[in-house]
Ligand binder design. Structure first.
Ligand code: NAD
Ligand code: IPM
Ligand code: MN
Length: 360
């Protein structure tokens, strides 16, 4: 088949620990399914690189990545040495913008074998997608501090929503919902308090939704929606949200499924004008870095999403079956109450992918 070129960017902290396990499993799937894969290992887009050079990335970063089929990304951030807004706007947030990865697709699923912090929930009860707008909204640098250092100090930071930007993420979410069994879409807004942009967002959902008569739409204010993630997770099938609301929901959702160490994400440019980026939802976890105990499954599942997006559904499915088996039978990392290391989990999943004996 066609050669797939993937840029591997581990970044910082546990990004550097989970990346080798992600690659191990992606390579195993490539071997088993005869996928011609070449991985380019990239040291920049990290706080180490920043410490050495004074910037997060080389000036030709875009041309280096543009021709790749995908970017496989660990996590960036080492706040002890580089302020988070510098490291993140200098790497990940730049990729999302400049490669127009306007969909951030984040599955939330309760697995067999994983203790659920909510009472009386079993696998199957929690199974939804957060579709997060990924290029605009609350994430802007429009604004500033006025009269700094005085007691009249004022800070303003704008949110920006475009019809183009809202409609395309809504369309993606409706399409996703229309293709699912339940055909249910929750629209996260806050149209009581945020009285300009959020009623507008609801009206765009109505307009786009006119083309999807089979999809049931449930508009919810973000506050009660968050409560229902905890109290009634079975209500949700596909949830579409602005950038910041989607960010928050996509940590909360995985928390209700036992650990954020499982949660993957796909930062997609669906038109494929630019490479898409696949990464765990979690960050660099400085508090556990260096111990070899980070859960690599979010990274590994993100690798499966990458292979699926690149046209290898079978490879995706094989990895998912292997993840399911390891979550069900062990071993487990400490975030799931176990004693296994990051590498042991990676090797266990690799083995099952190579053998192809895992069943769902
Ligand atoms: P975090 O996700 O790094 O960690 C939050 C908590 O979850 C920590 O207690 C951590 O130990 C735990 N955790 C996270 N991933 C885990 C895993 N795979 N296995 C086991 N436990 C895990 O969030 P934070 O502490 O807010 O941020 C730390 C740094 O990461 C900051 O610099 C932040 O900006 C950055 N960050 C980066 C990304 C990204 O690159 N996509 C995402 C979130 C945060
Ligand atoms: C995420 C992260 C990033 C975000 C941070 C690190 C800028 O939390 O991918 O969820 O807010 O998008
Ligand atoms: Mn986040």
């Amino acid at each position: 088949g066609k050669l797939l070129r993937v840029a591997a960017i581990p970044g910082d902290g546990i990004g550097k620990e989970v990346m080798p396990e992600g690659l191990r499993v992606v390579q195993a799937a490539a071997t088993r399914f005869d996928i011609d894969l070449s991985v380019e290992h990239i040291e920049w887009a990290s706080c180490d690189y920043y410490a050495a050079t004074g910037s997060m990335m080389p000036s030709n970063w875009k041309s280096q990545l543009q021709s790749m089929d995908a970017i496989y990304f660990g996590a960036v951030g080492w706040p002890a040495t580089v302020p988070d807004h510098i490291s993140l706007w200098g790497s990940l947030l730049k990729f999302r913008r400049e490669f127009d990865q306007y969909i951030n697709l984040r599955p939330v699923r309760l697995f067999e074998g994983v203790p659920c912090p909510l009472s009386n929930r079993k696998p199957g009860d929690i199974n939804y997608f957060v579709v997060r707008e990924n290029t605009e909204g609350e994430y802007t640098n429009l604004g500033g501090v006025m009269y700094p250092g005085t007691d009249r100090e004022i800070v303003i930071q704008e949110s920006v929503y475009s019809r183009y930007g809202a409609d395309r993420v809504l369309k993606y979410a409706f399409e996703l919902a229309a293709g699912r069994e339940r055909k249910h879409l929750t629209v996260a807004t806050k149209s009581n308090g945020i009285a300009i942009s959020m009623p507008w967002w609801d009206s765009r959902a109505d307009a786009v939704g006119d083309n999807y008569p089979t999809v049931a739409v449930d508009k919810q204010h973000i506050d009660i929606l968050s409560a229902r993630f905890v109290l009634q997770p079975g209500r949700f099938d596909v949830v579409v949200a602005s950038n910041l609301f989607g960010d928050i929901l996509s940590d909360l959702g995985p928390a209700t499924t036992g650990t954020i160490g499982l949660a993957p994400s796909a930062n997609l440019n669906p038109e494929r004008n630019f490479p898409s980026l696949f990464e765990p939802v979690h960050g660099s976890a400085p508090d556990i870095y260096g111990k070899g105990i980070a859960n690599p499954i979010a990274m590994i599942w993100s690798g499966a999403l990458m292979l699926d997006f690149l046209g290898h559904r079978q490879a995706h499915d094989a990895i998912l079956r292997a993840i399911e088996a390891v979550l069900r039978d062990g071993p487990h990392t400490p975030d799931l109450g176990g004693k296994a290391s990051t590498e042991q989990i990676g090797r266990a999943i690799e083995q099952l992918v190579l053998e192809g004996t895992a069943s769902s």
